[in-house]
Every structure is written in C-alpha cells, then in structure tokens.
Design a protein around this ligand. Structure first.
Ligand SMILES: [Zn+2]
Length: 425
C-alpha cells in the first residue's frame, strides 16, 4: 500500500469584526446572488443577528426569504424539510445565521437543491453511499452565533439519522461556505452552559486535529478527488490547532464568568474558527466518534439553561466527556505531542515523563471541564456500564473519524474507553 504524500489547506474566506454581520448583503451581492434563503432556527427568528442580516440583504436589493425551521439537533427529517424549501424556492444563494445546526442545514439545502438525489447518496459510508458531490454549489455565507462548531470553515454537515439512532454526516469540500462572517456581537447573549459546551467542542477539535493520525500514514487516494477533507494531522492544520488550544485555555473561563468581556469573547469566537480550520483539514478522531451514539441515545438528561422537556447531551459536552479517556489511550502513539498539547493548555510539563503524557493532558482537560461546570462523566448524564455495548455498536460505523485515531481502537478498546468515561474525577 502506498502512503499519502500530499496535504492541502482548504478553508472559507473569513471576515472578522464587531458588527460585520451588516455586510452580508454586500457579500452576497458580490457572489451574484439575487434570491437568497436565510437559514436559522426558531430560537433565533427574532434575534438581532437575523434581523441585521435580513436588513442588510434587502438593502442590497436581494430577495431574502427566511427559513427558521432548522432543527437545533438536525435529523434526516429536518434536513429534508429544508431541502424541500430550497428546491421549491429557486434560490441562487444561501445565508446561514446561527449555530452549527443552522449552518449544516444550509449546506444540505444547498447541496440537494443543486444536485437532487436521495438523502443517503452523499452521506458518509458505510451509513450512506458516499458519492462525491458532482460540482460546485451555490454560494453560502455563514454567520455563526455560537462559538464552537467551526462549521463556517468546513465542508461537513452533521445530522441524526433517526432510524439508526446515530449521528452521521456529509463531508466534501464543495459544501464549504464561500465566506464566514465572524462577528463577536453575535455571541453576547449566549447562555453560560451553551458557551461552555461549544468552547469545549472547539478545544476537542483542536486537540484531536493535532493528535490525529498523521496524513502521511494514511493510504494514498486512488485519485485526487478521493482525498478526504479530514486528511490527518499535517503541518498546516497543526498551526491552527495549536493556536486555538492556547486561546481557548486562556479565555474560556473568562467568557463563562463574564460574558460582557468583549475581548475574551472575541478571542473565543476567533479560536473556534482557528480550530475549525485545524480539524476541517486535519480531522477529529475517537472523542468525536464516541460522542455520536451518546447524543443519539440520551434519555432524560437536560443541562442547566437548556429548554425543559427536551433531553439532550449537547454535542460539545458529548465530545469532551470522552476526551480524558481518549487522550490517555492515544498518548502512547506520540507522547511528546500529547505533552506539547498540555503545555499549550498552560500545564508546566518540565518534570513530566513521556509515560505520563496521557495523564498530564487528560488532567489539563478535566481541570478546564470542572472550571466551566461540565458534568462528571457519562454517569452524570444518565448512562451506565449496561449501555456500553450499544454505545460501542453506535461508534463502530463512525469510520470517517475513528480511523484517524493515532492508535487503532478495537471494539474492546472502545468498550474500555466508554467505561473509563463513566466518572472523570
Ligand atoms: Zn465537534
């Protein structure tokens, strides 16, 4: 087998600045759009970011049609609703205003209204067919209002496939927004728990991108078009991931304690984008793979600050709950790198031995989790050892990410990782 010898950096064009949302009309005009579908979720319908975006589009004589039915955790069914709206609406451009779910919904609406097909056609194998996207899509400009998913920079759209009780997605460069507008004004009213979960999601994105299987240990693609978006750790994604880790470790607690701290909030939003560029090219691995069945099979847990009656383990929480066990497991693949990551988080590693690398990095993650109020492991969100078999079963199909683990994880390894994630401190 020949190994990969190339890597690439793909990202959206990024524009950062307080108040930049009011330029979205110009950005779409520049793309030649005349009739735009504006995708958001119901919690955002009456929000400032949405009204500023609509006003800006209309000022530029663009016919802007609001679709506010993006699901907070998108499913195949909610994707299909957005796709139908897009297909009926005859749009020549898309704007997403919201969290990762609104951005991912806009990506799906754009893809399937441009190249109509059964939903499973472009979905990652083995759950879907994984057919490459045939050509360019219509322009999509993303305006994130949470700081965490980095979806504005990536060609990935994630959803719950209800029949399988698991998250899966579509990953292709063509899905990437043409531009991300990073506006710190848009995250001012983020509830504390949402800010904590999305912040820890971006931390995990960066840590996983950095520790992923290196790109040159992945099989070479048969054709350049088969080169995956998630290429494995590489010299470019490392730069973005490293800087994101430092920024999040420095500013996340400050944002949670004082959301009016404009500088810290701006830094976290920028870090989300950096982490997005890091993992959008390098990839994520086990903590993400293991999070999908957890989010997909939650029973009763509702985090503080989330609407009652809707059990949810938010994506960032589901991911970071596995991070301590995962980095203890992967450290042996490259102890120096795991120590380096802990150092970027602010840990003094001067006396640390390579054998302690996993423990040192896990402790840095756990310390930050405790400071921002994360629950203490899977048990605290309603799972027990009796659920482990099902969770392993739900993780195994997540090849797209789990195969980027720097240390291969068997079903037995995953079982142990879930058990180790039950209680963290
Ligand atoms: Zn994530």
């Amino acid at each position: 087998m020949a190994f990969e010898t190339a890597f690439s950096m793909d990202t959206s064009s990024i524009k950062y600045g307080p108040g930049i949302t009011r330029e979205v009309g110009w950005d779409m005009e520049e793309q030649g759009a005349r009739r735009v579908m504006v995708v958001t979720d119901q919690n955002m319908t009456a929000s400032d970011p949405v009204s500023v975006a609509l006003e800006s589009l209309r000022k530029h004589n663009i016919d802007a049609v609001l679709f506010d039915q993006a699901s907070v955790e998108p499913t195949d069914i909610s994707f299909k609703e957005a796709i139908k709206f897009a297909a009926d609406g005859n749009f020549d451009g898309f704007v997403a205003v919201g969290g990762g779910s609104s951005m991912d919904t806009a990506k799906a609406a754009n893809l399937y209204s441009t190249y109509p097909a059964d939903l499973m056609t472009y979905v990652n194998p083995p759950i879907g067919k994984g057919t490459p996207i045939p050509g360019p899509l219509k322009p999509l400009v993303a305006v994130p209002t949470t700081a965490g998913t980095g979806s504005e920079t990536t060609g990935v759209a994630i959803f719950d496939y209800l029949e399988m009780n698991a998250k899966t997605g579509i990953a292709h460069r063509a899905l990437r927004p043409v531009k991300g507008l990073i506006d710190p004004n848009n995250t001012r009213s983020l509830p504390k728990m949402v800010a904590a979960c999305t912040g820890l999601d971006q931390l995990t994105h960066a840590l996983e991108a950095m520790t992923a299987l290196p790109y040159n240990q992945r099989p070479a693609p048969e054709h350049p078009k088969m080169r995956p978006a998630y290429q494995g750790a590489n010299p470019i994604s490392d730069i973005w991931a490293s800087r994101a880790i430092e920024m999040i470790a420095k500013s996340l607690v400050r944002v949670i304690e004082d959301p009016s701290n404009d500088a810290a909030r701006g830094e976290i939003l920028l870090a989300a984008t950096y982490a997005g560029i890091g993992f959008g090219n390098g990839g994520v691995h086990l903590a993400h793979g293991m999070s999908y069945p957890v989010s997909g099979t939650v029973r009763e847990y509702v985090p503080e600050g989330y609407p009652p009656g809707h059990p949810i383990v938010p994506h960032g929480m589901a991911v970071v709950l596995h991070a301590p066990a995962v980095f203890r497991f992967t450290a042996s693949a490259n102890p120096e790198l795991h120590l380096h990551a802990a150092r970027l988080m602010g840990t003094d590693i001067s006396g640390a031995h390579p054998e302690e690398a996993g423990e040192v990095l896990s402790k840095a993650v756990v310390d930050l989790m405790r400071k921002v109020g994360m629950p203490n492991g899977l048990k605290a969100v309603g799972f027990g050892p009796e659920d482990v078999d099902k969770l392993v079963e739900g993780t195994l199909p997540q090849h797209r990410v789990t195969k980027l683990s720097p240390r291969p994880a068997s079903a037995e390894d995953l079982e142990q990782l879930f058990l180790d994630s039950m209680t963290l401190w």
